[in-house]
Design a protein around this ligand. Structure first.
Ligand code: PLP
Length: 669
């Protein structure tokens, strides 16, 4: 059954709620239960929690770990300032804390293993190129000499402007140039070194070396070069193919040997100072990271010995985020913490360098996801839900058709022992009802009656399954597969004021999971089960897989809608989602605010208004002036033909005009 069919059948029930259950369970439900249900501690610590009022809180940690912001109150106060939903909220200080944590882990590892090099991180701009974010990042990174990594010419231009220079000062952040490069890219990077910036050009393609050599001769500027190695170590998960011979990026070992020989013959041997590798993003298993660093360390040692001026090893990105909080090697998780990651890198490098008798290099990492994810929260409202209600079917009339009688009997006989068999019967009776209808032997009312009875059966069965899940989890495996989907089939659809394609593209494109939960009413038991449908007219615009400690779950526990607005938060969305989003159905960028934590609470630092209809139309080459003029001409003709009144014409044109300047999402009126 598809969503449309489900939406059409208004006979719904909530498998989790019989009236009695509702009363007893609700009184004993606590915010601790909510925290556990949604796994807040697993994915949210130390930034997100739940307060006494049952609202999500945000503790950006800096300037003080005491500062907590009530997310629900924040959203309400933003709405009073006319900043509507959906809304992306950035908590800038979380960024600062993420950088500080990564640096601290690296420094702890360096001290622990007596490593003599230092750590100098860079942030990969592609992870989130938005100006306010990059500027914050540069500012927060300053005490740690944190730099930037770029993978294209536009990103290079961002980084050149964003990183301040202090040619003779202590602040010497690195600018790592990855990605495919043309003449202009390399020339710009080389010339910018004259501004005092420390720029390293990483050779990703053999021909880039020739280009770099030629340009550096012409400009008489000596480059600092790196090579990106294709490791043999296999990555894992989605980005597993970022390594190996068939990887898109980097040089194979024979190609690296060629580069070294070329550098020797051109007298540029000492220009090669860095070895880079990147085995993919969201590496869930520490074993994969260990293997990669082991191989890369050996390459580094060999290069250091042959070229004589190696200084840096750049371990790329890959440091994962625990989206489901399970601390496992599921794709949405990771089976290690930041300190394990740092320890493994430092320990392996030290061993290899000591054995090969080369000095310990400066360690660079390009963590994007691990730095940028936590600071953004997407908050959206629910417009409506095809809400569930347990309605008992009307009693059977003597005269009713045999099929109806069969369904009625099935409905009345369902129990723990026969629920699977009865489920199959009900399906068959409903099929027969459809056939009778198609052949003209069943009226619309009879068909409606049959469908209602069928849904009543499903509801009863779903309640039985729900009770097994709740009270006897050990028996879960005995639930027949065909019935496991019933909970999802019976779930309510919550219609969200949101475009998944714009705001969480990875959820659609690569089935990535993000923590999702209500940001208020958490002192109340969420007795409904729902999936989320977005505003787009695309059946892929939905969320029907949710994080869970064991595996995933097909429905999300939600609260029945009441008279108040209902807000959901999607967390850890700060990496990759923003610029990869698209204009499906012409839903544009959402509103965006930057919240700065202060000891007194918070301050709204920046507001970036989301796209207006005019802006998205412009994007697909419609000029709003032309559109308006076309509409004006149409109304004139209609007026002449007496098809509408002057007042109606004015109203239509005013609406058209005001829609052009409004937000692309729905207004909560
Ligand atoms: C994407 C990318 C990164 C960032 O990876 P994360 O897993 O987000 O940390 C780092 N380096 C390179 C070369 C990349 O392409």
């Amino acid at each position: 059954m598809n969503q449309e069919q489900r939406a059409a059948s208004n006979e719904k029930c909530d498998p989790a709620s019989t009236k009695a259950q509702q009363v007893t369970n609700n009184s004993s439900w606590t915010i601790e239960d909510s925290k556990q249900l949604y796994g807040v501690e697993g994915w949210g610590e130390p930034y997100f929690s739940v307060n006494e009022a049952g609202n999500i809180t945000v503790s950006p940690q800096y300037p003080s770990s005491e500062v907590t912001i009530d997310l629900y109150e924040l959203v309400q106060s933003l709405q009073k300032r006319n900043i509507g939903l959906p809304l992306l909220i950035r908590f800038s200080e979380i960024l600062s804390d993420r950088i500080a944590r990564l640096v601290a882990c690296m420094q702890t590892a360096i001290a622990k293993y007596n490593y003599s090099g230092i750590y100098q991180g860079v942030f990969p701009v592609k992870c989130n190129q938005n100006r306010h974010l990059v500027e914050d990042l540069v500012r927060y990174g300053k005490p740690y000499n944190f730099g930037l990594e770029v993978g294209s010419k536009p990103e290079l231009m961002i980084a050149l402007a964003a990183l301040e220079t202090e040619p003779d000062g202590d602040y010497q952040p690195l600018l790592i140039c990855n990605g495919y490069k043309d003449r202009e890219y390399i020339e710009t990077a080389l010339l910018a070194t004259k501004l005092g910036q420390k720029i390293i050009i990483v050779i990703e393609q053999p021909q880039e070396l020739d280009l770099a050599w030629e340009i550096s001769q012409k400009l008489a500027i000596k480059p600092i070069l790196g090579v990106r190695a294709k490791l043999n170590t296999q990555g894992s998960g989605r980005w597993g193919t970022s390594t190996g011979d068939r990887a898109k990026f980097g040089l194979t070992i024979p190609q690296i040997v060629d580069v070294v020989n070329k550098l020797k013959t051109t007298g540029m041997r000492d220009c090669l100072q860095l070895l880079h590798f990147h085995i993919g993003s969201q590496i869930s298993s520490i074993a994969v990271i260990k293997n990669a660093i082991r191989e890369a360390s050996q390459i580094y040692v060999q290069l250091a010995k042959t070229t004589g001026n190696m200084q840096y090893i750049d371990v790329g990105g890959g440091l994962a985020v625990d989206y489901d909080g399970s601390k496992s090697n599921f794709p949405a998780s990771k089976n290690y913490n930041m300190q394990n990651y740092a320890n493994d890198i430092v320990a392996q490098l030290k061993d290899a360098c000591d054995m090969g008798q080369v000095s310990h290099p400066i360690i660079i990492s390009e963590s994007g996801r691990a730095i940028a994810s936590h600071q953004s929260v997407l908050v959206f409202d629910i417009l409506s839900a095809n809400q569930v209600s347990v309605t008992t079917p009307q009693p059977l009339q003597e005269s009713e058709h045999l099929i109806i009688r069969n369904l009625w009997e099935a409905y009345n006989s369902i129990d723990l022992n026969n629920y699977q068999e009865t489920y199959n019967d009900a399906i068959q009776f409903r099929e027969e009802a459809f056939n009778l209808f198609n052949l003209g032997y069943f009226s619309l009312t009879e068909r409606a009656r049959a469908e209602k009875l069928y849904w009543a059966c499903c509801c009863k069965i779903a309640q039985i399954i729900h009770n097994i899940n709740q009270s006897h989890p050990e028996q879960r495996n005995y639930i027949p597969d065909e019935l496991k989907d019933l909970e999802q089939i019976m779930a309510s659809i919550y219609y969200a004021n949101l475009s998944i394609f714009q705001s969480i593209p990875d959820s659609w494109a690569i089935n990535q999971l993000f923590p999702l939960m209500p940001i208020h009413r958490l002192q109340e038991k969420p007795i409904a089960r729902g999936i989320i449908a977005d505003l787009t007219c695309d059946s892929d615009g939905k969320l029907d897989t949710f994080i869970n400690l064991r595996d995933t779950k097909p429905v999300l526990e939600l609260h029945p809608l009441n008279q108040q607005p209902y807000y959901l938060g999607m967390f850890l969305v700060g990496a990759y989602q923003e610029t990869m989003g698209n204009l499906h159905n012409l839903f544009g960028d959402t509103n965006l605010v930057h919240i700065q934590a202060t000891t007194k609470g918070y301050r709204i630092k920046y507001v970036v208004k989301g796209d207006t209809v005019r802006e998205v139309l412009n994007h697909v080459q419609y000029n709003s002036e032309d559109l308006r003029e076309t509409m004006r001409c149409r109304t004139e003709i209609a007026l002449q033909n007496n098809r509408l009144s002057l007042e109606e014409a004015q109203k239509l044109l005013q609406n058209y005009e005001s829609s052009l300047s409004s937000y692309t999402y729905l207004k909560n009126s």
